[in-house]
Each structure stands twice: as C-alpha cells, then as structure tokens.
Design a protein around this ligand. Structure first.
Ligand SMILES: [Zn+2]
Length: 98
C-alpha cells in the first residue's frame, strides 16, 4: 500500500514525496530541488507542511491497522510469524506520538 506523502516546497513549489513514517514532529529534510531545509511540525505555519503532517498521520494509522489485521489473520502459521515479527520490530523502533 501507498506509504508516502506528497510535500510541496515552501520556496520553489517543487512537489516531492517522503515516507509517512518519517514525517513526524521535529523531522526536517532538504528539498531535492532548491535544497532549502523544511521543518515538519504539527503546528507549522506552512499549510502545505501541516497538511503533509496530517496525511502522514492518517497513513501511519492505516498502516498500523493493516499490520494488526495481518497479524490476526496470520496467527498460527510459523512462516508468517517471522515476517510479522520483522515488521513489528520496525514499528516499535518508531514509537508513535498518538
Ligand atoms: Zn524547494
């Protein structure tokens, strides 16, 4: 499933994508086009950033629900278990802010 968010640069208006799991409060990255540093904050004065944060948040929620569903369905098969624990570790490493 789609797990990236569209971001519009505040300066050059270039549109690029970044992963929803990265876009959380305090995250910053350079625009690939003009190399200005964009700061991602839930209370950003930039409506583009703010919308990207909201989109990222809902994507993370959907990803989490997806993994939970998968975990329930896969219960009982050892082959699926290893895959499930792999994604769970990745998720725990980024403890959520919700
Ligand atoms: Zn730019």
């Amino acid at each position: 499933m789609e797990d990236t968010v569209q971001i519009r640069c505040a300066r050059c208006k270039n549109v690029f994508r970044d992963r929803a799991r990265r876009l959380r409060n305090g995250y910053s990255r350079q625009c690939p086009s003009c190399e200005i540093v964009l700061f991602f904050d839930n209370d950003s004065p930039n409506p583009n950033i703010k919308r990207a944060m909201q989109t990222a948040r809902s994507i993370r929620k959907a990803l989490r629900e997806n993994e939970n569903k998968f975990a329930t369905n896969a219960a009982g098969t050892s082959r699926s278990f290893s895959g499930r624990s792999g994604s769970k570790t990745r998720q725990n490493a980024e403890s959520d802010d919700e």
